[in-house]
Unconditional design. Structure first.
Length: 214
């Protein structure tokens, strides 16, 4: 673990140092449980509220959830949101009875200017397979996504693929999917789609978003 109470310049240096340790191969066994991670803020953003909801990967039944509150100590800086959010998420993780097999994080994995969004940061620190499920694009460009559910196109940064843009509902705005740690770009969209029912968001982050926003 590294210090969190640092300057933005030091935070960027930490991201660059840790990014080389991210594993973008499918390094996981049987997935029995999957957790959604989301973060909200209370009292004029002075309190961070992190929510984790653990689901059965096959049935998508909610097994347990945890919420943690933590004073917000890091400023809002695009590209450095994990320094603002992850300390509280780590507190919520400690409240779970068992470690989930896979994390789906509201935010980015490697689809990030320094290839180290919250899913990469959290996945690496916990050494848990993790995927970023972003509702908006942070960086990169892509072609138009076909309108059908399950369709996806590469998310590119120049000549490098950093994720996929995935349509989880027909004719509904797509999500930005990128691996965080121990999951490949090729596998990530399929794992996310296994958590999708009739909503745009996968059940994991949909449940976590409700808890984080209460």
């Amino acid at each position: 673990m590294h210090p969190w109470d640092v300057s933005p310049k030091k935070a960027i240096a930490i991201q660059k140092a840790l990014q080389s340790h991210v594993n973008l191969t499918d390094d996981f066994g049987e997935i029995k449980t999957v957790a959604g991670v989301d973060v909200g803020f209370e009292k004029n953003n002075t309190i961070t509220r992190a929510a984790i909801v653990v689901l059965d990967f096959q049935t998508l039944e909610v097994l347990e959830s945890a919420v943690a509150h933590h004073p917000t100590s890091f400023p809002y800086v695009p590209g450095l949101l994990s320094f603002r959010e992850v300390p509280c998420v780590l507190e919520a993780m400690l409240k779970l009875s068992a470690e989930p097999d896979l994390l789906l994080c509201d935010g980015q994995g490697i689809a990030h200017p320094r290839r180290f969004g919250i899913a990469a940061h959290l996945g690496l620190l916990l050494d848990i397979p993790a995927i970023g499920v972003g509702k908006s694009r942070l960086t990169g460009s892509h072609d138009e996504v076909p309108p059908e559910k399950g369709a996806h196109v590469p998310l590119m940064d120049k000549d490098e693929q950093i994720g996929v843009v995935l349509r989880t509902r027909t004719n509904v705005k797509p999500l930005y999917i990128s691996p965080g740690h121990r999951v490949s770009i090729e596998t990530a969209p399929g794992l996310v789609m296994q958590c999708v029912t009739r909503y745009k968001l996968p059940e994991t982050t949909r449940h976590a978003h409700r808890l984080a926003s209460c």
